[in-house]
Design a protein around this ligand. Sequence first.
Ligand code: FES
Length: 232
Amino acid sequence: MTDKKKPAPEQKDEMKITVTKNGPYIVTGGVPLIRMEICNDDEGYCRTWREVERFSVQETYALCRCGHSQHKPFCDGTHAKIGFIGTETAGSEPYLRQPRIITGPELELLDYENLCVHARFCMRAGGVWNLTENSDNPAAKATAIEEACNCPSGRLVIRDAETGKAIEPELERSIVLIEYPPREEHGPLWVRGGIPVVSAEGKPYRIRNRLTLCRCGRSKNKPFCDGSHIQH
Ligand code: FES
């Protein structure tokens, strides 16, 4: 009898994003990379997401963090030529500061204001804050949940007021390049589904279902986006 050993299954890397010192994000584990646009409703409010491009899956790739690559979203080495300083300021202090908490009859909203990336889903129908305060109204409650769950950075987290359980969207584990064509804004990298992010020093950031990483090089809360891309 021949002893046919099965080949060992190919060891795949776990999905992970590693920040490099003054350089790109190294993405490992075959993370899907998608480009999505924020779409307005008829009244001009940010309302839905639309997938416009899905890149072919690569096991490992480097995403530009300095904002100057000629081959975006990928790094082409320009960061070294321009002397990009990508110091991770979020690494030296808790980037998740105490949230403002808005308590309504059926919902509770946690608002981490310093994580705002100006995706603007929270402004429709009086705004997520008012909607939370009126969450005994079923329509207001549903809209508050929708608006908070569309917030890409996780600035807004909504919870059931009675149980305290967070209501989170189910997101494909992936990285999304956020685009907002009405204002020609190129937003951050939206990291979805709890993919770990590790600092250049090897320290893991808190794993979250939704977070956003700077891709313009201007954030003062690196590696996270602080909305600075809006100012150019
Ligand atoms: S990080 Fe390498 S070109 Fe931007």
